[in-house]
Design a protein around this ligand. Structure first.
Ligand SMILES: Cc1cc2nc3c(=O)[nH]c(=O)nc-3n(C[C@H](O)[C@H](O)[C@H](O)COP(=O)(O)OP(=O)(O)OC[C@H]3O[C@@H](n4cnc5c(N)ncnc54)[C@H](O)[C@@H]3O)c2cc1C
Ligand code: FES
Length: 289
């Protein structure tokens, strides 16, 4: 299985001027996810669809400040809006957190490879995310929920540092109750006095008890860099092959469209060859994982 390449899509960003020129978008709503993260719902001011697919990212811009790459956190099966889960990490994302609904911001994209939801059809899915990695994974989970008959057994695993750091708490609770998928959540630590009756331990502890048929399972991993090596090691113990392990990688980006060379992973550009890769594409590349 390979990551789906955006160059074959009919998305709006294929019109070359939209590769470079931000489209004006209105913030329809803002939801506080954690003390550091907010969910922004955007619509294009020209009323057009974004043409995005789960796994892709957009370049968000604020006039006079700059641009940042942010993963798309909503599936197009939910509507033509775009949802972005943004952590206040620096200048641009900090300014974004000060905005109110009704404000306008610029968006280029969606860019990059998507999760190949066609190649996943008929297969069991093991969707593993940690921390902010749930942002792009949420778009894939929404897609799978909306096209549920296309897929086999679906298992979602999510790990956060603490209960306070968990993103999309309401949706995680709903997925844990859902008949459409199995969902397990774990936290690394709980502070004294915190109310938490779920799992405590690293996300890797959730994998050994799972019953996985390696011949029909595709695993998808999105999370902080440290997580990949250990999760992949657990999946290898379950005999999953590199081509059936999908990863989404982050690199420092500028242009987002394969021109500036800031995002290279060996001979690959993270922004156009990725961010979604199968493990067999990157396993042998130095520093990829
Ligand atoms: C493909 C992709 C998808 C992303 N998706 C999301 C998302 O869904 N939600 C989210 O909150 N963030 C996401 N990020 C990270 C986000 O782009 C950075 O946090 C953001 O650019 C910081 O911009 P800033 O102006 O607020 O911070 P700055 O003031 O520019 O920098 C703050 C700090 O963050 C570091 N930094 C900036 N960009 C990156 C980067 N790409 N990787 C690592 N460190 C960086 C800087 O070096 C600095 O130390 C994504 C990054 C990539 C490449
Ligand atoms: S960000 Fe410019 S080439 Fe990838």
């Amino acid at each position: 299985m390979v990551a789906e390449n955006s160059s074959e899509s009919t998305c709006s960003c294929c019109h070359s001027e939209e590769l470079y020129r931000p489209v004006s978008c209105r913030i329809e709503s803002i939801e506080v996810l954690t003390p550091a993260e907010k969910l922004f719902r955007l619509v294009r001011e020209d009323g057009k669809a974004f043409g995005h697919r789960p796994g892709q990212f957009v370049q968000v811009s604020l006039m006079g400040i700059g641009e940042s790459p942010i993963s798309v956190s909503s599936s197009p099966t939910r509507g033509d809006y775009l949802e972005l889960g943004v952590r206040s990490a620096g200048v641009l994302t900090g300014e974004m957190h000060l905005l109110e609904p009704g404000a306008t911001i610029g968006v280029r994209g969606a860019f990059g490879t998507a999760f190949d939801t066609d190649a996943m059809k008929g297969r069991d899915l093991l969707l593993i995310s940690g921390g902010c990695g749930l942002a792009p994974m949420r778009a894939l989970i929404q897609h799978v929920e909306d096209c549920r008959d296309d897929y086999g057994k679906v298992t979602v695993l999510y790990g956060a540092k603490s209960p306070e750091d968990m993103l999309y708490k309401d949706e995680l609770a709903a997925w844990q109750q859902s008949e459409k998928l199995a969902c397990q959540v774990t936290v690394d630590n709980i502070a004294t006095g915190t109310c938490w009756d779920g799992n405590v331990g690293l996300i890797t502890t959730l994998i050994p008890p799972l019953e996985i048929d390696p011949a029909r399972t595709t695993a998808v991993i999105v999370g902080p860099p440290i997580m990949y090596r250990f999760v992949i090691a657990e999946l290898k113990k379950k005999d999953l092959k590199d081509q059936d392990i999908v990863v989404s990688l982050e690199r420092y980006m500028k242009c987002g469209v394969g021109k500036c060379g800031h995002c290279t992973i060996d001979h690959l550009y993270c922004c156009t060859d990725g961010p979604v890769f199968t493990l067999d594409q990157v396993a042998s590349l130095k520093d990829a994982i």
